[in-house]
Write a protein that binds this ligand. Sequence first.
Ligand code: GLA
Length: 785
Amino acid sequence: MINEKNGVFTLSSTNTTYIFQANKNEQLEHLYYGSHLNEASINAKLLSTKYMQNAGTSTLYEEDSELNLGLMKQEVSTPGKGDFREPFAKISYNGGMTTLDFVFDSYEIVSAKAKTFYALPESYGSREEADTLRVTLKDKELDIKLIITYGVFSLCDVITRKAELFNYAKKNITIERLSSLQLDIDQDDFDLITFDGAWARERHINKRALTPGIVINDSKLGASSATHNPLIYISEKGCSEFSGKCYATNLIYSGNHKEVVEVTPYNQTRILTGINDSTFKWILHPNERFSTPEAIMSYSDKGFSSISRNFHYFANNNIVRGYWKNKERPVLVNSWEAFYFDFDDTQVVKLAKKAKEIGAELFVLDDGWFGDRNDDTSSLGDWQVNTSKLSEGLGNISSKIHKMNMLFGIWVEPEMISKNSNLYDKHPDWAIIIPGRKPSVGRNQFILDLSRDDVISYLEEALSNIFLLGEVDYVKWDFNRVFSDFYSSNAEISNMGEFLHRYYLGLYKLLDRLTRKFPKILFESCASGGNRYDLGMLSFMPQNWTSDCTDVYERLFIQEGTSFGYPLSAMTNHVSASPNHQTLRVSDIESRFNVAAIGNLGYEIDLNTISGNELEQVKEQIIFYKRYRKTLQFGTLARIDKMSTNKERAVWAVMNNDKSEIIVLDFRTRTISNPPLERLQIPIVDNEAFYEVFNRAQKFDLSVFGDLIYHFLPSNLLKGKAVEEISKIMQLNSEITHHRVYGEFLSKAGLILNQEYGGTGFVNEVTRVLGDYGSRLYVLKKLEI
Ligand code: GLA
């Protein structure tokens, strides 16, 4: 809900209130963002900044004014009038002048939230879900206007913001920085949490205390990046998953971003987020407008899990759109780690048959199916089938898979070009390479200049042909290098400071066209795993390949961090081989499944070479997953115990809306000898409800006992046989846990879990055999009382 009264704007969601006013100087003064306040209790005067004396060196707004902009919390700050903190906007005009003074002009409130600028992805919401406020500001001297748009999404406590600048003056102005969001808070004792990493270890959680000064979280890679995700949290000391005050922001954008967090000497904190100005400079000609990407923010006094629940809901309902919105996603088998580049029709069909046998619903042919692609040195750009591998053509492979009653998907990397390709021979200037300078290179490839309309049209046509020919149901859209040698041969770009943003406008244009043309294709975004994991890509592609690392233990850090900002439906997780291809770590296939099941499940493993026992286990896993899929993909995650803080144990609970179905992952890093009893306490259940609690039935090989089996199995069974041989014919069931208890008991007392194997005895159906990196899934179902 949005209200205006005497120049005071109140934006209310279910649990939060955001207030600002146009003060007596017509400046937009931020007043409050925090726990929900009833309209009647709001006293704007008491919230307004009051410094009665101005300290030495302070600068007052105007000669006859008492206002010190440097101390005031603002909605939009600009340089030159006494605010010396990092500015929201920096615009230069008249040969480098930067002083600006935006004051209130007008406003409009609209119910619902619609897109106003079509070139960038944006959130959306119906009248029931959202309201929009547009506040127009004008500079006191220059003929330029700034519109700040706020979207209020009541149900999920999310507020969105973006800025649009209009140049009505007769001369060009240069936008050096235009942020999407500014949030000034009257407090400075915060921790800052960022989500950082690199290839194969994306979005690890990093927390540090804020002290006076400026901290920057950004990407200059040309993609939102695995280095620093645009998502940030700031939290009061002692804030935990379920209690304490915290704020978080994120950006609906896939290019270079920058989040500035500044703590001032006057105990205030300023947060800015938007396009990274270090790779950006935009010339705005007379009568043009520039729109920033949209940013989002949320506040909670109930800890981190509460904000991530808000972000999950928002992404599922107000970012993801189209056919796959809130629709259960198919279990897939992906060919990459089974084949890499080495396959032919027969092998593909053989793997697809196995995929069908285990219960998969989608078969994805990854890299290598096009051009002359036999390794990563060639063919990007040549989107025609590689007939030396697929002699029957893509259409035939696809129809065979469709006949098996599975969906068919392919991998593409459209934004790239290999020098060794027909496309490069024809259009060398389409590659981002500075003429006369030796280019830097990544994975032997170059990026296509998507700021050019001819490149976009080529890709639209080439991809449309392949999608039609292959009757493609799913597309994995990859992006395997980042930007270097910033340059465009596009004659329309005279200022290279615009290039990267124009690239992203081009990419979004292409994605918009393709997703409209092929509304039923399920697109999955990928960038060497999760190097472009953001709400911009999610606006077109409802899911995202979380990481190239599928190691059971490493994944906990990656999925845990990712869950702070992105829903489980977006997080695709694959069960892969052991030893794992990225870490060589050995782990049990049941535990690999348990971790991959928290989100969107796939298998990326040669199903023809895994053991018969494992194949049976996989079939059972998929049956289980399908039974609880709605919750596992669209439920929200509560991080009861985090691997990133606990180091030895992770406990995550995924719950549906009314908490009638909850799936709990309990993962443990190491086995210790003679282990103490363990308790499973689940604070997020419905305390009033009565639950049935049971564990997913798992199997394990006798081989885990090694030569101990000679001591407890009957000797006739063992005659002359090696442990591995016996293992092949005999598997054991995991222990059984089955209770009926009140929610209150689960949340306050917790369950004592079955005793773990401790070196002195094993009782089938009772002893928990976990091993290193072992885990269990528990199901909690509400019962009628
Ligand atoms: C990237 C992706 C992988 C795989 C390969 C194919 O690395 O992240 O999943 O598709 O490309 O080359």
